[in-house]
Design a protein around this ligand. Structure first.
Ligand code: AMP
Ligand code: MG
Length: 485
């Protein structure tokens, strides 16, 4: 059983309302994440019980849990909404994992709350399984993320365009404090609450900064955000809805809605059906992160300096500095992806050169990077991937080979590093769709096999090989993901 310790409830009155889940007639555990359960100190067979089906559906309140819906605001596609909040989620409380880290346990899809507006507070099975899968994939790629502990089928339909099976996801996150949480307080000009929220967030996620000026907090978050987005870019991940209410102060990726991994490299790639103007396109993500950071900085202004003008000056400097933090984080991701340990002035242009070659060659992003391992050893598996113009690749390769020579390391060592850095398997959209389609017809086998393959994204073996290939181009050209509501 969890041992809850609910610091959010204790310390942040004014930022939540108590709530209770809507009763479900016949909850049934669909999927359990045993490795995460173990991290949380739960015995795997403990979870797999009727009592837990009750807890994880919201039908029963576990001892020590104080379910709340958190209040937050947010900029959605650029427009400020002063009150959003958990419209279909309940924070059950916090627990300490095996490493002593405080983690939130949240139910998503548990029923309406005070923040539901016109929504039904529910979630459908497909999108919840999708969130489970994407979170695990990101985690195994070494990217900070919230994760799913369980998916419970409610036994009741939810009504979208059609009737769909309902589900509740149990989400585990470092916290659910968002940029939008700060915006909520700032919009109400509640200075004491702003200070409490900032102090709470610092103690929880940036404890080394306690007692420091708040500008250090802004800077530390900026650097964490830069690092996170650089990793997304390296992996070809497109979040899809980088609204400020979906950006966690912990630096974890959260709220997997219409997210997707890119197949062939394209900075303009957008898959989300609700992102009609491409605001959250792959190549826009760093700039949007900075835009979001600016919204966070604005919310923090009263804490930065008593003198309003001076506060704006300080905030502006930090927001401007994001570009440099991002560039640095991106460059270190790129160096690893290129097999470089030493640092040279030209490395950024080398990375750009490869991306340009990929663009011209219409190459699959994941496999092009992956094939560098082979190319470092003199292999030619790269070439078949560049189905478009290959001139840029042909010009680039000798440049990279010359650069590798200056590493003064053995080629098989470099190749081994590259195989630990550039994944072989990512959750390709067509595979995710196939798995979810089968799941919606009651067949979980494709989902489980895909999940297994994604658990070892760097391995090339019989389990992973059938998941490594790109989708037929006709599929990617018109592929769209729909918001998980
Ligand atoms: P999202 O786009 O999932 O980040 O959600 C944006 C806002 O809409 C949040 O306040 C959610 O709680 C709310 N929301 C999304 N789906 C539902 C739903 N089915 N019922 C009630 N609120 C929802
Ligand atoms: Mg959200």
């Amino acid at each position: 059983m969890f041992t809850f310790d609910n610091s959010y409830v204790r310390e942040l009155e004014g930022l939540y309302v108590f709530g209770c889940a809507e009763p479900k007639v016949a909850p049934r555990i669909s999927r359990l994440n045993y490795s995460l359960a173990e991290e949380l100190g739960l015995a795997p067979d403990e979870l797999d019980s009727p009592a837990w089906a009750q807890y994880l559906s919201g039908n029963a309140v576990a001892p020590g849990s104080q379910p709340i819906a958190q209040a937050y605001a947010g900029h959605q596609f650029g427009n400020f909404v002063p009150q959003l909040g958990d419209g279909r989620a309940l924070l059950l409380g916090e627990v300490f994992d095996g490493s002593g880290h405080r983690r939130d346990i949240q139910l998503k899809g548990s029923g309406p709350t005070a923040f539901s507006r016109n929504g039904d507070g529910k979630a459908a099975l497909g999108p919840m399984l999708r969130e489970y899968l994407m979170g695990e994939a990101m985690h195994r790629l070494g990217i900070a993320t919230s994760r799913a502990l369980a998916v419970v089928e409610t036994g009741e339909p939810v009504y979208r365009e059609t009737a769909l099976p309902g589900a509740v996801l149990t989400r585990v996150a470092a916290s659910h404090i968002r940029i939008g949480t700060f915006e909520y307080v700032a919009a109400r000009s509640d200075f004491p609450l702003l200070k409490r929220l900032a102090d709470y967030t610092i103690a929880r996620h940036y404890p080394e900064l306690q007692g420091q000026p708040y500008i250090e907090f802004l800077r530390a978050f900026s650097m964490r955000l830069a690092g996170l987005v650089a990793q997304w870019m390296g992996a070809g991940f497109i979040h899809g809805v980088m609204n400020t209410d979906n950006m966690a102060l912990s630096g974890e990726t959260m709220d997997y809605g219409p997210c997707a991994f890119m197949e062939h490299y394209d900075p303009l790639a957008v898959f989300s059906s609700i992102d009609r103007r491409g605001r959250y396109a792959y190549g826009n993500q760093p700039a949007i992160a900075q835009w979001n950071l600016a919204r966070f900085a604005e919310a923090l202004l009263p804490l930065l300096d008593e003198d309003g003008e001076r506060a704006v000056e300080l905030a502006t400097q930090e927001v401007d500095a994001f570009a440099g933090h991002y560039r640095g984080a991106w460059l270190s991701v790129m160096r690893r992806k290129l097999g470089l340990k030493r640092e040279e002035e030209e490395d950024a242009s080398l990375a750009d050169g490869f991306l340009e070659a990929m663009l011209a060659g219409e190459a699959d992003h994941t496999l092009a990077w992956r094939s560098l391992a082979d190319a470092a050893e003199g292999g030619e598996s790269l070439f078949g991937l560049f189905v478009g113009n290959r001139e840029k690749l042909d010009a680039w390769l000798p440049r990279w080979q010359a650069r590798l020579a200056r590493e003064e390391r053995l080629r098989d060592g470099i190749a081994a590093d590259l195989r630990r850095t550039n994944p072989f398997v990512i959750p390709r959209n067509y595979l995710v769709e196939e798995a979810l389609e089968a799941a919606s017809n009651g067949n979980m086998e494709p989902f489980d096999r895909l999940l297994d393959a994604l658990a070892e994204p760097y391995a090339e073996n019989d389990a992973t090989r059938s998941y490594a290939l790109p989708a037929p181009r006709e599929h990617t050209a018109c592929y769209q993901t729909f918001c998980g509501t």
